[in-house]
Design a protein around this ligand. Sequence first.
Ligand SMILES: [Zn+2]
Length: 227
Amino acid sequence: MDKLQLTTSGSASPSAEMANRILAASLDRIIEAAPDAADAAMKKAVPDLYTPELASQFAENFINALRRAHAPQPLTAAQRGIEWMLRWGCTPWCINDHTDSASPEWHSAGPVKTDVRTADLDSSGYSEDGGMLPWLSAEVIVTNEKPQAYGRETQVFLGYGVHLAELSPARARVALEAMRGFVADLEAVVDRADEIAKDDFEGDPEIAQAHKEAEARRIKRITEAAA
Ligand SMILES: [Zn+2]
């Protein structure tokens, strides 16, 4: 997957910091201009690879990276302070707002997800209800309600479409290793598909139409004979 690296904070120089602030303030206008800019840039830089679809995909990747980089960051429990942490039994890195009734009772950190949603890939129709969910997501979850009685448990919640795996760190690592192996295999499949797809071609619409009509006549004959 394409990823654009953007510096948004940390050890940025004062001028980089200012550029970032301007960028954040004008994000909507920059996003609006991105498709035309990507189109022009691609035509100029890689004319032999240029297609309008590829340029618009390029712009979309760029826009997603911009949005991600400038999305408001939720406060961590450590930033909310020690009183908050004691009150909610919160771990320092927890980003849940426990005063919100919709917020889970567990503590969570480091949520990551793909920009690609289930509906972008799925053609089975099985995930209709979860089509807008990320294709893949993961976060660290700590459950420590009444810890003297029930202790504390750390898990990795791994989401894939409508499915959710609640895994111990050890089992999450098994999943990670399986995914690592699969990524290499998938790359080989996609490389091969690229190669094989070079011989793909479009059919002749006239012949296709004639075929469809012949099929319709054939089915009609069978239906009439059966009646
Ligand atoms: Zn918490």
